[in-house]
Design a protein around this ligand. Structure first.
Ligand SMILES: Cc1ncc(C[n+]2csc(CCOP(=O)(O)OP(=O)(O)O)c2C)c(N)n1
Length: 290
C-alpha cells in the first residue's frame, strides 16, 4: 500500500485511530465534548474512493483492507487496558407498566437462543438493546451504519435464509417497521423464521429526542404514530402475531414464539421516550469519550 510509510510513522504513537472499511462518519447532530482525544491522528483505510472523498475528518487512504489489516497487526503493539475484567452485568430492569425497552431487552436476552442473530432497527431504544442483549457469537449483530430506516426488516429475512440453523431476531420500532413493511409478506412466503419484536410506543421517540437535543422544541408535526395495529398488519400479510401489553405476559409470549416454527411478530407496547437521543444520550451506555 502506498500509505505504509506515513502509517508506520504513526502506529507507534498512542493517539492514533485507524478506521478500517467504514467511512469516518459524524452523525447529523452536534454532540458536545470530544469524541476522541484532542490531537488524535485519524486515518481511514477504505477500498472506496467515494467514502474517502466524503470523509469529514482525518486522512483517507484508499487501498486493500485485508493487506492493511495484516500490515497493522504485524506492527501495532497491543494497547494496555486499564481493566481486564469485563463490565459487570447491568441491573435487571423492573417489570414496570408500561413495559420499558430495558425490561423488554433483558427478557429477550434471557429467552432467545445464545446463537441468535440480531438485526435491529429500534432508534430510541438502541442504548437499552446494547446494554441488555449479550451477544458473543460471531455474526450475531447487524445494524445499519447510517441510521437510515428500512434496512432491518429485509436484512433480517435475508439473514434468516442465509442462516437456517440460527434464529434471527429483529427488534424494530413501530415507526421503522413501516419503511419496508411488505417484507413481512416475503418472510411468510419464504418461511423465513424471523422473530420480529416490534417496540410499539406509538411515537417517533428518537425524533422527539432530537427536537429536545437541538432545542427545536416539540411543536413539530408528524411525530406521533397512534392507531397502528401491528397484529392486524402482520396477519394481513399472513403472519402469526401477538400483542403484549403487560410485563408478566412478555416472557411467555417470547418463549412461545421461539418454540414455534415459522416467522412470528410480537408487538410489545412499550413506554414512550427510550433514550434521549439515538445513542447520543451519554447517560445511557456512555461512549468512551474520556
Ligand atoms: C428513511 C428515513 N426516514 C426518516 C428517518 C428519520 N428518523 C430517524 S428515527 C425515526 C423514528 C423512528 O421511529 P420508531 O421506529 O418508532 O422508533 P423510536 O424513535 O420511537 O424509537 C425517524 C423517522 C430516517 N432515519 N430514515
Amino acid at each position: 500500500m502506498p500509505a505504509q510509510q506515513p502509517l508506520a510513522d504513526q502506529l507507534a504513537s498512542h493517539d492514533t485511530v485507524v478506521v478500517l472499511g467504514a467511512p469516518i462518519f459524524l452523525y447529523y447532530a452536534y454532540v458536545p465534548g470530544n469524541p476522541i482525544q484532542p490531537g488524535t491522528k485519524l486515518f481511514q483505510i477504505t477500498n472506496s474512493p467515494l467514502d474517502a472523498s466524503a470523509a469529514l475528518a482525518g486522512t483517507s487512504i484508499v487501498g486493500n483492507l485485508a493487506s492493511a489489516m495484516k500490515y497493522i497487526r504485524s506492527r501495532a503493539a497491543a494497547r494496555k487496558r486499564n481493566s481486564i475484567s469485563p463490565q459487570p452485568p447491568p441491573l435487571e430492569p423492573k417489570p414496570e407498566y408500561p413495559i420499558t425497552p430495558g425490561f423488554l431487552f433483558s427478557v429477550l436476552n434471557r429467552v432467545m437462543p445464545r446463537d441468535a442473530v440480531v438485526c435491529e432497527e429500534c432508534p430510541s431504544s438502541k442504548g437499552d438493546l446494547d446494554r441488555y442483549l449479550r451477544l458473543d457469537q460471531p455474526g450475531s449483530f447487524y445494524s445499519v451504519r447510517t441510521g437510515i430506516l428500512g434496512f432491518a426488516l429485509p436484512a433480517a429475512v435475508g439473514l434468516q435464509l442465509a442462516n437456517p440453523e440460527r434464529r434471527v431476531v429483529c427488534p424494530i420500532g413501530d415507526g421503522s417497521i413501516q419503511y419496508s413493511i411488505q417484507t413481512l409478506w416475503s418472510a411468510v412466503q419464504y418461511n423465513a423464521e424471523v422473530i420480529f419484536v416490534v417496540l410499539r410506543n406509538a411515537d417517533y421517540s428518537a425524533l422527539k429526542g432530537f427536537c429536545d437535543f437541538t432545542n427545536v422544541g416539540r411543536n413539530v408535526p408528524g411525530m406521533d404514530l397512534p392507531g397502528i395495529n401491528m397484529v392486524k398488519l402482520a396477519e394481513g400479510y399472513g403472519m402469526a402475531a401477538k400483542e403484549v401489553e403487560r410485563p408478566e405476559d412478555l416472557e411467555p409470549a417470547l418463549k412461545q414464539a421461539f418454540a414455534s416454527r415459522g416467522p412470528r411478530l410480537i408487538c410489545v407496547n412499550v413506554a414512550k421516550g427510550g433514550q434521549t437521543c439515538m445513542g447520543m444520550d451519554q447517560s445511557a451506555n456512555p461512549p468512551n469519550y474520556g
